[in-house]
Design a binder for this molecule. Sequence first.
Ligand SMILES: O=P(O)(O)OC[C@H]1O[C@H](OP(=O)(O)OP(=O)(O)O)[C@H](O)[C@@H]1O
Ligand SMILES: O=C(O)c1cc(=O)[nH]c(=O)[nH]1
Length: 224
Amino acid sequence: MAIATNLRQEFIAFSVQAGVLRFGEFTTKAGRQSPYFFNAGLFHDGATLAQVAQFYAQTLIDSGVEFDMLFGPAYKGITLASATAVALAGKGHNTSFAYNRKEAKDHGEGGTIVGAKLQGKVVIIDDVISAGTSVRESVEMIRAAGAEPCAVLIALDRMERGGKDGQISELSAVQEVTQKYGIPVISIGNLDDLFGFLNGAGADPQLAQHKEAVAAYRSRYGIA
Ligand SMILES: O=P(O)(O)OC[C@H]1O[C@H](OP(=O)(O)OP(=O)(O)O)[C@H](O)[C@@H]1O
Ligand SMILES: O=C(O)c1cc(=O)[nH]c(=O)[nH]1
């Protein structure tokens, strides 16, 4: 499932330029001090969202995964799955999509699932996987509806092992998803691409200065 290297590198450059991928000092959901952070909430204007959706759509097509529809877990996944459906339609692949509400609605159409009926092979679309909670909940909702989760598509695979310091697991959360549910996790870019970008010939010296901190973080938490 090789995604073209240039698309991956372009995505990292685009995310940095959009201010979505930043370098500095950040605390992750797991409480780690990370020298970089990917905040997909900052794809927050029409042109930028349209561009990120092109990356999602092209990566999904290039992956060769067979699918019938998309599912975006609330909240950020909703925008990403919707925008990806628009981009796929523009590439000649009109695809239906659905998403969930975090709180069930007890009036109108009710329930927690909005959009197309969950059926067939469903791709879960999100930004990152940290502990895998969002994917687990998505898999449960899709299976409960009688459909089949067939892949997860995320923006950035941080390629880091899970668990608390002193009890760090062998596998990353992404690898655990593949192992547990037997489905591929496709990422537009990953930590290798981020390194490639920082090491690139034209790398901005302002950015290149973060290489050491990213390398140290990777040697502490990165997958083998
Ligand atoms: O693998 P996990 O541990 O679930 O972490 C990843 C999830 O966390 C974030 O969403 P969050 O649950 O914070 O909700 P949001 O989209 O409403 O911000 C992110 O957008 C993923 O969905
Ligand atoms: O691990 C996290 O919490 C995390 C990392 C990251 O780069 N982006 C994000 O949204 N969450």
